[in-house]
Design a protein around this ligand. Structure first.
Ligand SMILES: *Cc1c(COP(=O)(O)O)cnc(C)c1O
Length: 394
């Protein structure tokens, strides 16, 4: 560890406040550090390792593909990319086409480009404004950081692209739409913002209003997508028809990949957008296998069973510690407990690691849990036993 830590301090830019631990191996929802200590992972690399660590099916699929080809560029047809697109579109239930990039921010950049080109062509005025929500999180590039409705993130890096407008909440979006608005971009459950699902009726009402104004609805499903909430997309729960959906985190099972998909299949033409690495043989093969595993779990009902077991365990934990937690939030395997104050939350996260369970923070006061969708009952039990020890020793 000290060697890794020394190298990191010396050669890696200090953009992350790293926890003092180095994991060296994993197995489904278990992680092992350099000292051989075992942890239950309730974070799954921030919702990325959707099918667990060291998943054999994903690893075999990747190794098999890499023995043939890793990358050829998007100048040529790529079989696993085309197959991944089919699987994603079919699972979504929407009549869409996909573009592949490498991250959530890149997917959202693509979404904004589609919306802006749509806004350039449709209507008499040039339409370019994108409305997003307070406390949202859409990425770290210059454009997506500006799309993110958290003003503390808008320091230092300006001037930013024009045309981003922030609504205090979902009910205030409508009043901000004007003749220059091309799109509204929202997360249905804000991941970084506190794991609070948006009100279903408010979202449906907004979706209907936007359709009537020919303003695009972009749903950022970078965190909520790929079965995180129990359905393939959180949009499926809300029973809405978005114009654009973005995916990334859970799709590659740990291999970097991002997708923007849209019903507006003809907005982009050749040359409008691109990505060197996007959807190459490596990432697209990983995505295909992750999709197969999760589609099967969904169809067999095992995904819902895991979600129910996790939720019951969380409910018991929450009920036992109502002196510390003020509410329980989230959908599916995207859950949170509001903690009475930020200091207590910081202590819980630190002590949890000591007790052998990895948890996350969201916003100022939310303990966030994003386990692998393949987590077993035994792993869930062991994780909550550790969390109970943390709470009783506070
Ligand atoms: C993580 C996240 C992003 C950014 O994804 P990167 O891969 O880090 O660029 C964007 N939107 C949401 C909702 C996210 O959770």
């Amino acid at each position: 560890m000290s060697n890794t830590k020394d190298l990191d301090k010396k050669y890696v830019l200090p953009t992350y406040a790293r926890a003092d631990v180095e994991f060296v191996s994993g197995d489904n929802a278990k992680l092992y550090d350099a000292n051989g200590k075992r942890y239950i992972d309730f974070a799954s690399g921030i919702a990325v390792c959707s099918v667990g660590h060291a998943n054999k099916r994903v690893n075999d699929a990747i190794c098999n593909q890499l023995s043939k080809l890793t990358h050829t560029s998007n100048l040529y047809y790529i079989a696993p990319q085309a197959k991944a697109a089919q699987k994603i579109v079919e699972a979504s239930g929407y009549d869409m086409k996909c573009f592949f990039g490498n991250s959530g921010a890149e997917a959202n950049e693509g979404a904004i480009k589609i919306a802006r080109k749509f806004g350039e062509k449709e209507g008499e005025l040039k339409r370019y404004k994108v409305i997003t929500l307070q406390h949202s999180f859409h990425g770290r590039t210059i454009t997506t950081v500006k799309a993110t409705g958290q003003s503390y993130m808008h320091n230092y890096f300006g001037p930013y692209p024009d045309g981003f407008v922030y609504a205090d909440d979902i009910n205030h979006v409508e009043s901000l739409v004007d003749d220059h608005t091309c799109a509204v971009m929202i997360e249905l459950v804000q991941g970084e913002g506190g794991v609070q699902p948006l009100d279903r009726e408010a979202v449906q009402k907004l979706a209907k209003f936007l359709k009537s104004k020919n303003v695009l609805l972009i749903i950022d499903e970078v965190q909520t997508g790929v079965y995180r909430t129990g359905k393939f997309l959180a949009s499926n729960y809300y029973d809405i028809e978005p114009d654009i959906v973005t995916l990334a985190k859970g799709l590659g099972g740990g291999v970097p990949i991002g997708v923007v998909m849209t019903t507006h299949k003809d907005v982009f033409s050749a040359g409008d957008h691109g990505s060197t690495f996007g959807g190459n043989f490596l990432s697209a093969t990983a995505a295909c296998e992750v999709m197969d595993i999760l589609d099967e779990m969904y169809d067999e009902g095992t995904l819902q069973k895991s979600i129910d077991y996790f939720d019951d365990s969380l409910e018991k934990f929450y009920s036992a510690h109502r002196d510390i937690f003020t509410s329980k939030v989230g959908i599916g395997m995207m859950c949170g407990l509001r903690v009475k104050d930020g200091d207590t939350l910081a202590k819980i996260i630190l002590n949890a690691r000591e007790e052998g369970v990895i948890v996350l923070r969201a916003g100022r006061d939310t303990l966030r849990l994003l386990p692998a969708l393949t987590i077993t009952k035994e792993e869930i039990d062991e994780g909550f036993e550790a969390l109970n020890r943390v709470l009783s020793s506070l």
